[in-house]
Design a protein around this ligand. Structure first.
Ligand SMILES: C[S@@+](CC[C@H](N)C(=O)[O-])C[C@H]1O[C@@H](n2cnc3c(N)ncnc32)[C@H](O)[C@@H]1O
Length: 384
């Protein structure tokens, strides 16, 4: 992994343990994705509910494009505990009354004036943010689950943000509870969560245009990274970033052209699932209608008219009966023949192939049968 890349596990681990959730999305990344959703915004109320209006590029994007997108209303709420709150132009600069510590604030606009009448400039945004009329203190800290933030959520048509990594599941569950349309950021790992995977399977949520990309984020000074942007602010790379949505997008209906024919030799069956292994998406055979295990990048090319998502090998993402075999009596070996110290119990519910590729660790039982784990797999079936 390149220097300065904040590893996903580290980022998530920290996010879990120490709640390091402060990864600020770059304007260009927001623009590149949201350009695909223009038609959805006309006459709509957009809510960015993890977004300090003075810091967040989501807020900046929607203020700049408020008139172009013909938005009805934009609401952005800040979370008081954010460590960058108040490090740039902030509510503290513009409010004359004493600030109540521990509170978040809300920007709520239904009109964005343009000085030149043609487009919203940075000056226009600056003026708007300095107008007390549009930015108000919340009663609480701005937690997206608080009563007052939920009230705002109820008023929104589309929620757009990069929510905290550590709260991805409750964040998404809340969106579904209030039946909201959304465009949000997350990571490939989120697709494996037992509460999240069924939403993909049931076509309630899908990936947006950008999937599994390493992206640069601004981050607080206390985070590990030696990189700086041109303004001297700390930045770092985070891998496996995805956009997730439940808004209709063209990409979701593009058909994958299938050209390979099935042969049992080229597409071996797993030892523990009744499915064939298809390690490369473009190799999905055109003449096989049984269960297939494919890499989880499948979600990026998933078209519900062409395929059905059946399960995933992740624990909790398939019925237990699907797993035909366990490997408790297998011992793990390195390719040099030394024991890894692991038993086959660590295979969990991974998809297992009887093989030795000569590169990766393997497991062997008393009869000398050698098996290896395939990488993370989603089980799919062709439709029609
Ligand atoms: C990954 S950062 C993204 C920030 C911003 N949406 C962006 O993309 O630049 C997640 C943000 O959620 C905020 N946050 C953490 N817990 C929160 C909560 N319970 N309610 C609302 N926001 C929260 C963090 O302070 C952080 O600013």
């Amino acid at each position: 992994m390149a220097n300065n890349t904040v590893s996903l596990n580290k980022a998530r681990g920290r996010a879990k343990g120490q709640k390091k959730d402060e990864f600020y999305t770059q304007y260009e990344d927001i623009q590149a994705e949201l350009n695909h959703y223009e038609k959805h915004f006309e006459g709509k109320t957009v809510l960015c509910n993890c977004d300090d209006p003075f810091e967040s590029n989501f807020c900046k994007f929607f203020l700049r494009n408020f008139n172009y997108l013909k938005l009805k209303r934009l609401i952005c709420t800040s979370y008081n505990s954010s460590p960058v709150a108040g490090t740039q132009l902030s509510f503290f600069d513009i409010i004359e009354d004493e600030m109540h510590h521990g509170r978040g604030y809300v920007l709520d606009v239904s009109k964005v004036p343009m000085a030149n009448g043609r487009g919203v400039s940075d000056d226009d945004i600056d003026k708007l943010l300095r107008t007390k009329k549009w930015v108000k203190e919340l009663n609480g800290d701005g937690d997206f689950r608080s009563e007052e933030c939920v009230e705002l959520l109820k008023q929104a048509d589309i929620v757009v943000t990069n929510p905290p990594f550590s709260l991805f599941t409750p964040y998404v569950q809340q969106l579904f509870k209030y039946e909201k349309k959304f465009i949000i950021m997350g990571t490939v790992n989120n697709t494996h969560y037992k509460e999240i995977f069924p939403l993909f399977k049931e076509n309630k949520m899908w990936v947006g245009y950008s999937f599994n990309k390493t992206m640069m984020f601004n981050m607080p000074e206390s985070y590990d990274s030696t990189m700086r942007d041109s303004d001297g602010r700390k930045i770092g790379k985070v891998p496996s970033i995805c956009w997730f949505t439940n808004l209709e997008i063209k990409k979701r209906h593009e058909k994958l052209i299938l050209y390979k024919n099935y042969t049992p030799e080229e597409y071996p069956k797993y030892d523990n699932y009744d499915a064939i292994d298809v390690g490369i998406l473009s190799n999905i055979p055109c003449d096989y209608y049984g269960l297939m295990g494919v890499p989880d990048t499948f979600l990026d090319i998933y078209n519900p008219e062409q395929f059905e998502i059946v399960a995933s090998c992740q624990t909790g993402c398939h019925p237990d009966e699907m797993v035909l075999k366990t490997y408790k009596d297998y011992i793990g070996y390195k390719q040099n023949g030394k024991k890894t110290g692991r038993t086959g119990s660590t295979c969990g519910h991974n998809a297992i192939l009887v093989k030795n590729d000569g590169k990766h660790d393997y497991y062997k039982n008393a009869e000398g049968i050698i098996v290896q784990s395939a990488f993370s797999r989603i089980f799919i079936r062709r439709k029609g």
